[in-house]
Each structure stands twice: as structure tokens, then as C-alpha cells.
Design a binder for this molecule. Structure first.
Ligand code: HEM
Length: 232
């Protein structure tokens, strides 16, 4: 008797990329909760999750430092596949069809679609801005380096950019849950050829082409492709 064969699948995200991504995800949720508790007295009750107001105030910037370092790693891991291409504009033009789940005729998508690239580049702008403005208002360490006027401006920018980042994050999570199979890509790291055919056909063709050419030393793409995957 032979054992059950697993359906074919291949690597979408490496373990390192997934661990890094979830560190960012956890930090982001903690930052949103602690940040909102300091944003308005009505939301102060959220600070009890962190042991009270003082603990929240102390923890929030350190969590921000962890997120910034991790996000720098994510930029290194993902920037190549998030380069803007002319095809992305055509995909954006067909976004209406994507939203209503009628993807026939929509331009083929490489590893990431234009929406995902928008998330990547928005966060690549927002995270450093939040970090720098956060440092400017981290009084315990940096009060001596800024004026009150600069701190006021930094607080304003920090708050507006945080709201923009939360909106982009909500869109990102919604899309991740809405596109069936995407969460699995970020939890288990693998996707089925059917998923790739449906949502990232150009990427699947690239994998197939590199697979038929055979492995070349040092030629593995940033997507760490392994088309043979679990086919045993
Ligand atoms: C905490 C909740 C989060 C969930 C449920 C989530 C979900 C996902 C999923 C499912 C993917 C894989 C998409 C694919 O392979 O096609 C992904 C990729 C990605 N995530 Fe998240 N994520 C979360 C938080 C974040 C945060 C806070 C950031 C940034 C600050 C972020 C940035 C990214 C980036 C840059 C990618 C690569 C794809 C792209 O360029 O958009 N994620 N996420």
C-alpha cells in the first residue's frame, strides 16, 4: 500500500519571509491598539491590554523599533518582485473585473499584482515616516534634540500617517482573506498551481519556464521557486 500523495504545491514565501511578515503583523496590531489608546481619551481603555497608561507609553515606541527593523528586512525580501511595470497600469484598469471575481480577460499577473505593490510601496513610505516622527516625540530619549514646535508637527504627521497605514492595512488584510488560498501562502508558504494559474498566471509561467530550463547555480529567483515542490 502506498501512502496518500499530497497534491502538487510549490513555494510562494520562504520560512524567513513568513516569520518576518508575521513579526510585522503582530507588531502592527500591537502598535494600532497602543497607539489608539493614546490617541483619544475614549480609547484609553485599550491601554489596560498593556498594563496601563505608563506601560503603553513605554512599550509603543519599542514595538515601533521592532516593526521598523523587520520591515527593512521585508523590503530586502520583496522589493524585486514589487517593481512597478507597465502591465500594472492595465491591471489597475481592469480592477472592476477583479473585484467582481470575473478575471477572464484581465492582464496576467506576475508574482504580485498592482494592488499588492501599492500596499508594499505605501508601507515602504509610511514605516520610515512613522519611525522618524516617532523618534522626534520619544521624549525620554530625544527631547533634548527637538523643539516643542517640531514635536507638535511630528505628532500631527505621525497621527495622519498612522491613520493612512491603518486604512492600507485593512485593505491588505481584507484582500488576503478574500482571495482564497492567499492566507495559506503566508501561513504554510505553499500554493497550488491552480491558485497561481488563477491569480498570478505570469508568475506560474515564469516558474514553469525556469523549471524546464533546469536548476542553475545561483539562478534561483527572489521568489525561491521550487516548482517540483511536493510532487513525489
Ligand atoms: C496582521 C495581519 C496581516 C495579514 C492577515 C496579512 C496577510 C498577508 C498575506 C495573506 C500575504 C500573502 C499574499 C500573497 O502571497 O499573494 C501577505 C503579504 C504581504 N504582507 Fe501582509 N498581512 C498582515 C499584516 C501586514 C502588515 C502590517 C504589513 C506591512 C506593514 C504587511 C505587508 C505585506 C507585504 C509587503 C506582503 C507581500 C505582498 C505585497 O507586496 O503586498 N502585512 N500578507
Amino acid at each position: 500500500m502506498t501512502g496518500r500523495t499530497r497534491p502538487p504545491s510549490f513555494v510562494r514565501h520562504t520560512t524567513a519571509a513568513r516569520v518576518n511578515h508575521w513579526i510585522i503583523g503582530i507588531c502592527f496590531v500591537l502598535l494600532v491598539l497602543s497607539g489608539l489608546s493614546m490617541f483619544h481619551p475614549m480609547l484609553y481603555f485599550l491601554s489596560s491590554l498593556f498594563g496601563g497608561g505608563q506601560w503603553t507609553r513605554a512599550a509603543h515606541p519599542w514595538i515601533g523599533v521592532v516593526l521598523t527593523v523587520s520591515y527593512a528586512g521585508l523590503i530586502v525580501q520583496f522589493w524585486r518582485d514589487n517593481q512597478w511595470r507597465r502591465d500594472d497600469l492595465a491591471w489597475m484598469g481592469a480592477i472592476g473585473r477583479v473585484i467582481v471575481n470575473k478575471e477572464e480577460g484581465v492582464p496576467e499577473v506576475p508574482r504580485f499584482n498592482a494592488g499588492q505593490k501599492f500596499v508594499f510601496w505605501s508601507m515602504t513610505l509610511f514605516v520610515p515616516v512613522l519611525f522618524v516622527t516617532g523618534l522626534a516625540i520619544w521624549e525620554i530619549y530625544f527631547a533634548a534634540y527637538t523643539t516643542i514646535e517640531q514635536q507638535r508637527i511630528a505628532t500631527l504627521i505621525h497621527s495622519f500617517v498612522a491613520i493612512a497605514a491603518i486604512i492600507v492595512w485593512i485593505i491588505h488584510v481584507y484582500a488576503g482573506i478574500w482571495v482564497r488560498g492567499s492566507m495559506q501562502a503566508m501561513t504554510h508558504g505553499r500554493v497550488t498551481p491552480g491558485w497561481a494559474w488563477r491569480h498570478h498566471r505570469k508568475w506560474l509561467r515564469q516558474l514553469a519556464a525556469s523549471d524546464s530550463r533546469g536548476p542553475k547555480p545561483g539562478a534561483q529567483t527572489s521568489s525561491q521557486t521550487d516548482l517540483k515542490g511536493d510532487r513525489r
